[in-house]
Design a protein around this ligand. Structure first.
Ligand code: ADP
Ligand code: MG
Length: 280
């Protein structure tokens, strides 16, 4: 049997298992890095839709926000991995996330044959946001307090929803929202089958300096126990995995989006890649 045929046959049970299932995919900095990766991501997501899955994309775009702020001569500052956000920063972040990153993803998906609709937390009151606990230091950074999935389920009937992680509070103030945390909330609210976080490392590393220390499988309680020690961008991802599983998601995966077609490898091959978080 040729290797190609074997690969297709290997995918069959997964295609059957995932048919009609909702998968929330967090798409971030690393997997957006170059043109080839952006195209690869779009073709993968379109393929998922064609084989009967229901993909929902939640994205950030930190590096693009930083580069536009620099172009505008604005000061870029982080406190414990969180972008310090005055109202002007939030304005630029929203413009970049929606006007550039979101519309780029949407147009690629459209071009590859599956129509997509872009929205942010404000559309259809998708997210209600409350200020971050460190608001006095970080400014208008928000946490998603409540997700109203109505708008998503409507859109997902016919289109691929692409959600930019920004939202407003009850008074109408805009906030920057961590896209991992937003994706975890969305996955839980949709009771998705899987939540997949694309990043630029092989997964959760027991020792962040040792790429060989990948944790391939962990239960939510193991993740919760370790969370206090985890730093940087991995922390909100693991927090989001806990949130998703707590909301009834069957498994959450952190995978290396800087490897081409990592999404397909994770979903449709026996090997699986990255870190898988499971209920118990
Ligand atoms: P993304 O755009 O995917 O959200 P982030 O930079 O926010 O990217 O998060 C991923 C980063 O988290 C990695 O590049 C790595 O530097 C950092 N990190 C910190 N601790 C760990 C860990 N224990 N395992 C893996 N990555 C870690
Ligand atoms: Mg991040």
């Amino acid at each position: 049997m040729s290797a190609n045929v074997r690969t297709l046959l290997e995918a069959l049970p997964y295609i059957r298992e995932f048919h009609g299932r909702t998968v929330v995919i967090k798409y971030g900095g690393a997997a957006m890095r170059d043109e080839e990766l952006r195209e690869g991501f779009a073709t993968d997501v379109v393929l998922l839709k064609y084989v009967g899955l229901n993909p929902v994309i939640v994205h950030g775009g930190g590096p693009d926000i930083t580069s536009y702020m620099e172009r505008l001569g604005m000061e870029v500052r982080f406190v414990e991995g969180v972008r310090v956000s005055d109202p002007e920063t939030v304005e630029v972040a929203k413009m970049v996330l929606l006007g550039k990153v979101n519309s780029d993803i949407v147009s690629r998906l459209n071009r590859h044959g599956q129509p997509a609709v872009g929205l942010s937390g404000e559309d259809g009151t998708l997210f209600e946001v409350r200020p971050h606990p460190n608001a006095d230091q970080v400014g208008f950074v928000g946490e998603v307090d409540r997700v109203d999935v109505n708008v998503l389920t409507h859109i997902a009937e016919d289109y691929i929803p692409v959600v930019a992680s920004a939202g407003t509070d009850r008074e109408g103030n805009s906030y920057n929202v961590n896209a991992d945390a937003a994706a975890g909330k969305v996955a839980a609210a949709l009771r998705a089958y899987k939540a997949i976080f694309l990043t630029d490392v092989p997964g959760w590393l027991a020792d962040p300096d040792d790429p060989g220390s990948l944790v391939t499988r962990a239960t939510v309680s193991e993740v919760a126990t370790a969370l206090g020690e985890v730093e940087g961008g991995m922390r909100p991802k693991l927090g989001a995995c806990i949130e998703a599983i707590g909301g009834g998601v069957q498994s959450a995966h952190i995978i290396d989006g800087s490897k081409p077609h990592s999404l397909l490898l994770e979903l449709f091959t026996d090997a699986g890649i990255g870190t898988m978080v499971i209920p118990s």
